[in-house]
Design a protein around this ligand. Structure first.
Ligand code: EPZ
Length: 424
């Protein structure tokens, strides 16, 4: 068990290169296994969620070989329709095993997924989607059991915008007979990235990123090489960290169009943002102003950046309001932030931040990936020392997070629970 010990007060300065998108890569790895040839994914982030997906895929017969920052995936020998519970429960993205197995074997018996404790995370939209394609779907003893003698294309209007249900439908429908239409799909860049990979493998998917996706089923898929999009959430995290610490940071390898809302909200706080072609410079040298933020589906303000942005607001001037509209339990970091002196009131899906002059360091616990990075940012802003435990959450989604921050001048050490430093 390790924790981060953060000494506050340093401005972040320099350049940070953003890794490939975690959430894209997780979906892309399942999509890659739909075919029977090698699919090479390059510049992937080597975080622990990616390694868990590799284990899940291997458990059902997929060949997964890592080579540096690349992974080669071959789904030719998929035979097992029951991945082990111990693996599936670790991450939410394990639900993509169902779309993959239904598409390839017409049979899936997969435990209900685990993942972050950020609210109730039902799977009804996934189940209804598979049923629309003709599968028999039931929940038996905590397992989602799906059977089909051959999926058939159909039109599915998704009641609530869901990234996971949209991607799962694309996986299941890519090899189905006939045409599938997904109305009201998620428009997130990770959905588009997954459609691009599937099309490079020979699928026929049109409209990803718009209000309707059309999938003409094909008989088989072939190999290809693909690079995931840069991680817009990692990029947003470093942009917020730069602004919150009064820093001057060039965030490189980004797609600026994916970051419109965070750019706009940071500008409203008074931070200076200079946009390049593939990079963004964030400069802040005075106390920021609070702003109001509603999270929402893309292109709205990403729920995954809500906690880091809340931390920024906790020390800004004035009163700012965050309304979390996507998940119902994503304010858990606020209890920890209060222990650092923040003045925040929570009423259901709304948090009211009264900015304080300065947070003060304290021992805090990360409860999910984004809460974890938010608390590290809080530690960098605070006076004194903050110990962030539960950092395995951070490592699920961020590659070399501590090293990247240290390269920018953060005073941060990785230490064992016994406070013995294990890494400088
Ligand atoms: C993806 O989760 C991401 N995870 C999340 O990132 C991200 O916060 C979320 O999309 C929203 O952008 C991965 O890509 C692995 P949803 P997902 O289905 O697909 C409700 C992170 O920190 N819903 O779009 O699970 C659901 O409860 C993670 O990297 C249903 O009601 O999210 C939520 O309120 C955390 N029924 C809303 O839809 C369903 O069957 C959106 O969820 C499915 C979802």
């Amino acid at each position: 068990m390790t924790k981060f010990v953060v000494t506050g007060g340093n401005r972040l300065q320099g350049c940070v290169r953003i890794s490939g998108s975690k959430n894209s890569t997780l979906a892309l790895m399942f999509a890659a296994a739909l075919g029977k040839d090698d699919v090479v994914l390059t510049n992937i982030p080597l975080n622990s969620d990616v390694k868990t997906v590799a284990e899940i895929l291997k458990s059902i017969g997929v060949r997964v070989d890592f080579e540096g920052q690349s992974v080669i995936i071959n789904g030719k020998d998929i035979t097992n329709h029951q991945p082990p519970y111990e693996l599936v429960r670790r991450i939410r993205a394990s639900i993509y095993t169902v779309g993959l197995l239904l598409g390839r074997l017409g049979l899936a018996d997969v435990a209900m997924p685990g993942g972050d404790e950020i609210g109730t995370r039902p799977v009804d939209l996934h189940m209804r989607g598979f049923q629309t394609l003709g599968a028999e779907v039931s929940i038996e003893h905590g397992q989602m059991v799906c059977k089909s003698l051959g999926l058939r294309g159909a039109t599915y209007y998704v009641n609530k915008v869901s990234v996971g249900a949209t991607i799962n439908m694309m996986l299941a429908a890519a090899l189905a007979e006939g045409t599938t239409i997904i109305d009201n799909p998620a428009k997130e860049p990770e959905v588009v990235d997954c459609a691009i990979l599937l099309n490079s493998m020979g699928a026929k998917i049109r409209g990803a990123g718009t209000a309707s996706i059309k999938i003409e089923g094909v008989q088989s898929l072939h190999g290809c090489e693909h690079t995931p999009i840069p991680d817009r959430i990692e990029a947003g995290t470093f942009m917020i960290a730069a602004a919150a610490t009064g820093g001057d940071v060039q965030v490189s390898n980004v797609i600026t169009e994916h970051l419109r809302m965070v750019i706009s909200k940071l500008r409203e706080t008074g931070a200076e943002i200079i946009e390049g072609d593939n990079d963004i410079r964030v400069i802040s040298n005075h106390r920021l102003k609070t702003v109001d933020v509603d999270t929402g589906v893309y292109p709205g303000f990403a729920t995954d950046l809500q906690a880091p942005f809340g931390v920024l607001l906790s020390q800004a001037e004035g009163t700012g309001i965050i309304c979390e509209t996507v998940f119902d339990n994503r304010f858990r970091y606020i209890d920890e932030l209060r222990r650092m002196g923040a003045d925040i009131k929570v009423e259901r899906d709304t948090a009211i931040f009264r900015g304080v002059e300065r947070l003060s360091g304290a021992p805090v616990v990360a409860t999910d990936i984004r809460a974890g990075v938010a608390l590290v940012i809080a530690g960098m802003m605070a006076e004194g020392v903050t110990e962030v435990s539960g950092i395995s959450h951070i490592e699920r989604g961020y590659e070399r997070f501590d090293e990247k921050l240290k390269d920018l001048g953060a005073d941060l050490a990785r230490v064992s629970e016994s406070l013995e430093e294990v890494k400088a």
